[in-house]
Each structure stands twice: as structure tokens, then as C-alpha cells.
Design a protein around this ligand. Structure first.
Ligand SMILES: [Zn+2]
Length: 490
């Protein structure tokens, strides 16, 4: 990790006066606000503190750097050798008239966060239903709520609010699970496009074992409706600038062999060189695994069932993955499939603890998910904290300190790790030139619950304060594809 001292141009003073009062922030509090001149051109330059993950261990923090975004929303340069936005505009040809944003002294640019597992229809159930285990929660809360999305007006009302809240909380990309209704799924896709959120969306497929009518009328209907949802997403965003369709079995205890076989075929359209995304659940609890084996007899390992039907590939996102066998882990590595780790949800439903350290060591892609509403926090900041806490509980239980996830690692999982799990590592996740500008302007100098006092010795401390204490109040601007889409200062 490289961080730059002289954080507030007063590190020396902090060190000298460490036994007395912290330095005052008066000069910073009265510093100029973010300066915007958007009317100048479609190119943009940001100047100030910039934070992003280069690898699991390397959180790069520039105290001052310039970042240029071109008309297409792609990052053109990231340069820490210039002293101002104006200097960057002069240095880079074509950026002379760029709209410049200079960050305040206690602001920083952070990559848009990536939620690799979220159930859109469960939004109204947030924070409700944690009394029981997974089965009780699904049957008492999830099934009746998801079934109610046959009402398109309800879908419109809920998704309109939810997508905006997600963006305000800094989730610029979300892999959404939907309900077993293609119309409601199409409405979810419409909302993501309307509000400018990057999303992976599919219709949930269930043809057995669900309660409260949260099941499709037939296997054939389930397959036909999934095709309709995929076709709708391709139609409204043909260049996939924001939306990617996905195939979405709920989990193998809820999907018959015929259904999974049909979905597996759907993963590989003849017109495309790469497969369609898949989102599904795997090895959340022991009972969940046993139910999958009951529906799909003859398989020893959970992943082998998905693999048998061609559903494990580089665009497959598997939620939870707590009770994996060695064979499961080997298959995930071989197929380049990713894991969505949902620490909050796994704790709330007392599912268990995902062995993230082992997965990372063995080369499995891991990102973070909120798994709302089994998890009660919609922010990936909450998912980072939960991932940190779950790993610390593993240390307590196993007595192995190496299982603890570092700060650099949890930030990576919530950004670059998520990009890898979504197979979008070349497009988003950090600020490498060539990637799309999905970003947040974060302010830790507000009068909210983040207590920046002046004792902080480096830039890293500011980022830690935000990750562990921050919320949507500190997220001032949210960009997707270079376009301002949300934020308190929008
Ligand atoms: Zn889930």
C-alpha cells in the first residue's frame, strides 16, 4: 500500500504536538468546495485524493492526483505528477476544455462499489424476519413477498425507490436476483436503466418446493419467461452499456433437473462468443445441500450438479458457498466461477462462516454481497465490515490469525473483487486507464458520525474512518460510466 504522508500538510505538527490538542481544521473547513464547470465539454478532470485497489494487498492512495474521463465515460489518465486540474488539462491533449472538479481537502475519489448478490423484491422486508433459520425465513417471509410481484404496480413502486437508494449508497453495480415474474424483472431492468445503474438481472426460476405460490406454473413456462427477460434486457440496452442479462436458478433444491438442464442450454447463445451470466445460491446450509441432493440424486458435491448442466463458467456468481468440499473449490477455480460472500446475511440467519481466506488462497474469485433482505444492510460498506467481522470470528474459532481479512483486502473485495466475480474486471473495479469511470466522491469532513479530529496520521486513516463509520451521507457524488447519477451534492 502506498500512502502519502503530509495528509493535511501538517503531519509534522501532529507528530510534534501529539501530547496536546489536535490541530484545528479551520483552514480546511473553509477551503473551496467542489468546483464544477460541467458546461465546458464532455470530458472531465478530477483532482484531489484518489483511492483504489490495485490488488488484494495493495490499496493505492494518491494524496493528490488527477484523473481524466473521456466523452464515453472511460478513464483516460490517472496522474500523480500534476499539481492541479488545470495543469492536467494542459498536459493532456483534448482535455484543454474539460470540466474540472477539485475535491475538498477531506474528500476522496473511491471506486463505485459492487454488490454481487442482492434480492430486489425483498427490499420491503429489510430488517424483518431474522428470528428463524434459512428455511423458516424463506417460507415465512421471502416466499409470500416474492410471490406478490405478480402485481406490476407493486414492482414499479418498490424498484423505483430501491434503485435510487442503492445508488445513493454507492452501489454502482448490483447483481440483482428478481422474482419468478418476467414482467416484474423487466420493470427492474427498466428502473436500472432509468437511474443509470450498472446491473446484472435475471428472472428467478423456481419450479418446486417453494411455498405461498412462489413457484412457476410449469418448467416450460419458467424457461420461456427467462428467455423473455433476457430478450427484454438485450432490447432496452443492446450494447450492454449498463445491463447484463443473467440466468437465475434459485438453488438446486428449488429447481428440477429438467429446469436446470434447460437453463444450462440457455447460457450459451449461438450468437455470442461468451456465456450469459448465471446467478444462483450454493452451499448456504447443510440442509440446503441435502435438499439439492434430494432433487438431483447421484451427485456427491453441490457444484458438480451445476457443472453437469453447464452452468459453471466465468460469468457464474454463486452466493454463500459456506459448506464447500475440496472438490467444489477445485471446480470453482477450474471454471473461473465467483463467490458472493454475504457476511451480514450468513450471520443473521446463523448459516455459518464462509472461509474467504481459504478461497482466496486457492484462487477462487470472491466479491461481497448484501443479500438483502436476509442481510439488513444495503451498503457494501456494511458488507466490508461484516466480511471483516466474520473473518475475525473464524480466527476466534480456529485459532488461526491468518484467517483475518485485512483492511486492504475488504476494500478490494467490495470493489475489484466484485468486478472479478461479475467478470467485469477489465471494465470496472478501480481507476486503471481504459476502464469505465464508476466512482464516488466521498467526504469525511462533514458533521455526521465520522469523527475526523486531526489525530489521523495519514490518508489511509481517512479511508478507514469512512469504511467503518460512514454511510450514504458522506457519499456526495456518484458516477456510472462517467455520468453523474446520484449523491447528496448532485
Ligand atoms: Zn440470496
Amino acid at each position: 500500500m502506498s500512502c502519502f504522508p503530509n495528509l493535511f500538510s501538517r503531519k509534522a505538527r501532529i507528530q510534534e504536538d501529539v501530547s496536546i490538542l489536535p490541530p484545528a481544521y479551520s483552514s480546511l473547513e473553509h477551503a473551496p468546495s467542489v468546483q464544477l464547470s460541467r458546461e465546458k465539454s464532455n470530458k472531465q478532470v478530477f483532482f484531489g485524493r484518489i483511492v483504489h485497489s490495485k490488488s488484494l494487498k495493495d490499496l493505492e492512495i494518491f494524496n493528490k492526483a488527477a484523473l481524466g474521463v473521456d466523452e464515453s465515460g472511460a478513464i483516460h489518465f490517472l496522474d500523480d505528477k500534476v499539481g492541479s486540474a488545470a495543469e492536467a488539462c494542459k498536459k493532456y491533449s483534448g482535455f484543454e476544455q474539460a470540466a474540472c472538479t477539485t475535491l475538498k481537502p477531506l474528500q476522496f475519489l473511491f471506486p463505485g462499489m459492487i454488490d454481487t448478490h442482492m434480492h430486489a423484491p425483498q427490499w420491503p422486508n429489510m430488517a424483518i424476519g431474522m428470528e428463524g433459520n434459512l428455511k423458516e425465513w424463506v417460507e415465512n417471509y421471502t416466499d409470500p413477498l416474492e410471490a406478490s410481484y405478480k402485481d406490476n404496480d407493486k414492482a414499479r413502486r418498490v424498484y423505483d425507490e430501491m434503485v435510487q437508494k442503492e445508488l445513493e449508497n454507492g452501489s454502482t453495480t448490483v447483481a440483482y436476483n428478481s422474482s419468478p415474474h418476467y414482467q416484474a424483472t423487466n420493470i427492474l431492468a427498466d428502473m436500472c436503466l432509468k437511474y443509470g445503474q450498472r446491473a446484472i438481472i435475471g428472472k428467478l426460476c423456481i419450479d418446486r418446493n417453494a411455498t405461498h405460490g412462489n413457484v412457476e406454473v410449469s418448467t416450460t413456462q419458467s424457461l420461456e419467461d427467462e428467455e423473455k427477460a433476457v430478450a427484454h434486457i438485450r432490447k432496452i440496452d443492446p450494447e450492454a452499456k449498463l445491463l447484463s442479462p443473467c440466468i437465475q436458478p434459485r438453488s438446486l433444491g428449488f429447481d428440477s433437473p429438467e429446469l436446470v438442464a434447460g437453463l444450462g442450454k440457455m447460457c450459451y447463445p449461438k450468437t455470442q462468443s461468451s456465456p450469459i451470466h448465471v446467478q444462483a445460491h450454493m452451499c448456504e446450509t447443510i440442509a440446503d445441500f441435502k435438499q439439492a441432493q434430494k432433487v438431483h440424486p447421484g451427485f456427491e458435491n453441490y457444484s458438480e450438479i451445476y457443472d453437469h448442466y453447464g452452468m459453471l463458467h466465468e460469468k457464474t456468481i454463486l452466493a454463500h458457498c459456506i459448506y464447500l468440499s475440496d472438490r467444489d473449490i477445485d471446480l470453482l477455480v477450474a471454471r473461473k466461477s465467483g463467490v458472493a460472500h454475504n457476511g451480514n446475511s450468513n450471520t443473521c440467519l446463523t448459516d455459518g462462516e464462509c472461509r474467504v481466506r481459504e478461497l482466496l488462497n486457492r484462487g477462487v474469485k470472491v466479491g461481497l454481497g448484501t443479500d438483502c433482505s436476509a442481510g439488513y444492510g444495503i451498503s457494501i460498506l456494511d458488507s466490508m465490515r461484516s466480511a471483516s467481522n466474520v473473518s475475525r470470528h473464524l480466527v476466534i474459532h480456529k485459532g488461526d490469525p491468518s484467517l483475518k481479512l485485512s483492511f486492504e483486502e475488504i476494500v478490494f473485495l467490495g470493489t475489484m473483487g466484485g468486478a472479478q466475480v461479475c467478470d467485469m474486471q477489465d471494465k470496472i473495479g478501480n481507476f486503471e486507464p481504459g476502464k469505465q469511470f464508476d466512482a464516488l466522491v466521498v467526504d469525511v469532513g462533514l458533521k455526521d458520525n465520522i469523527n475526523i479530529s486531526g489525530w489521523e496520521h495519514d490518508d489511509l486513516a481517512l479511508v478507514k474512518k469512512w469504511v467503518f463509520m460512514g454511510d450514504d451521507r458522506s457519499i456526495r457524488l456518484v458516477y456510472v460510466n462517467g455520468k453523474l447519477v446520484a449523491g447528496k451534492d448532485r
